[in-house]
Write a new protein. Structure first.
Length: 349
């Protein structure tokens, strides 16, 4: 009887061991299965903005190459902070893992509200292509960062481009021969640090080179091509013979200005009827106009580099890692901002 019990015990043990090993094997295999893609809500100030659309395209390319790791959803703020706020509230009720936000408004109250809402949900957030007036709200949440446009640099480089044009073609550019550059400036939003920096540094750079300037008029056009076209048409009717340059805070508005000039026969085949127009962003349409000699210059921030920074830093934040781990990015003096560099576009003749 004792022998029979021992035999039965041995059989039971043999039966248990494979079952245990099977469970262990299943558990081990489950560990190596890929996790679900990180879901990213990408809130844009306007889907139809030419530069932002390039960043979007670059993010989509990253998604197509990394379908198992990331999924982007793009939400259109339509240049309206109220609409963007509603989109954010809706996104926070969903199961997104990361927020990428290109804010419509940069005032402190808006930034504070966005950061507070993300913090309450413990969702990492990156503000991008923007320069907040105040980074203190961002510092209040350890999962919040800024991937910023280097607005000062963009203005300086634009100023350098204008200096080159003036020095190379002063006889034709200085239409009244008074050694003063008379210009019309097209600006972004009036509450934007980017607008302020680009406007200020482009002109100060020109002045620092010993070139005197005089602003004929400036117009806030909120990055919009149609506004720039309409404003330039009206300005040309009144000051056409006095305008020696049009300086635009972005390429979309610069293109709008060129469309207006062409209505009056300028910036076409007749080189004697030409007003230099300068932009910022380096969108394909602007590069094409520069290559054709219709537009004078632009400076650009590579949208692919911006998208790659958002992806790399964002994935680190989702993984609770150092946000700059395995990257070459550095924080500026704020400790929460990574500035993306600009470069001047060289025409392809």
């Amino acid at each position: 009887m004792k022998i029979l019990k021992k035999i039965l015990s041995f059989i039971i043990i043999l039966a248990i061991i494979p079952t245990y090993n099977l469970k262990t094997a299943l558990y081990a295999n489950a560990q190596v299965l890929p996790e679900k893609p990180v879901k990213v809500a990408t809130l844009l100030f306007a889907l139809d903005d030419p530069y932002i659309s390039l960043v979007r395209n670059s993010l989509e390319e990253i998604q197509n190459k990394s379908k198992d790791s990331v999924s982007f959803t793009f939400l259109d703020g339509r240049r309206n902070q109220g609409i963007q706020n509603a989109l954010l509230d809706s996104a926070l009720q969903s199961d997104y893992d990361l927020l990428l936000i290109n804010l419509v408004s940069l005032d402190r109250n808006t930034v504070e509200s966005v950061i507070r809402k993300a913090k309450q949900r413990n969702i990492p957030v990156i503000l991008f292509n923007t320069v907040p007036f105040d980074t203190e709200p961002i510092k209040s949440y350890n999962r919040a960062l800024v991937v910023s446009t280097n607005a000062d640099q963009s203005g300086i480089l634009q100023g350098n481009s204008i200096i080159k044009e003036w020095n190379s073609n002063k006889k034709t550019m200085d239409r009244n021969g008074d050694n003063v550059l008379q210009y019309f400036m097209l600006k972004g939003p009036n509450n934007s640090t980017v607008t302020n920096a680009r406007s200020t540094y482009s002109i100060s750079t020109i002045n620092d080179a010993g070139i005197k300037t005089q602003e004929i008029l400036s117009k806030f056009c909120y990055w919009d091509e149609i506004c720039a076209k309409d404003s330039t048409e009206l300005l040309f009717l009144r000051y056409g013979d006095k305008i020696e340059a049009i300086i635009s805070n972005n390429d979309a508005m610069a293109i709008g200005a060129i469309e207006a000039l062409q209505k009056y026969g300028y910036n076409k085949e007749d080189k004697s009827k030409y007003i230099p127009v300068f932009g910022i962003d380096g969108i394909p349409a602007a590069k094409d106009l520069i290559n054709k000699g219709v537009m004078a210059g632009t400076v650009f921030q590579d949208p692919n580099q911006t998208a790659e920074a958002l992806y790399s830093i964002g994935m680190n934040l989702v993984g609770n890692k150092n946000p700059l781990e395995n990257t070459n990015y550095k924080f500026d003096e704020t400790g929460v901002t990574i500035q993306m560099p600009y470069q001047e576009y060289t025409p392809q003749k």
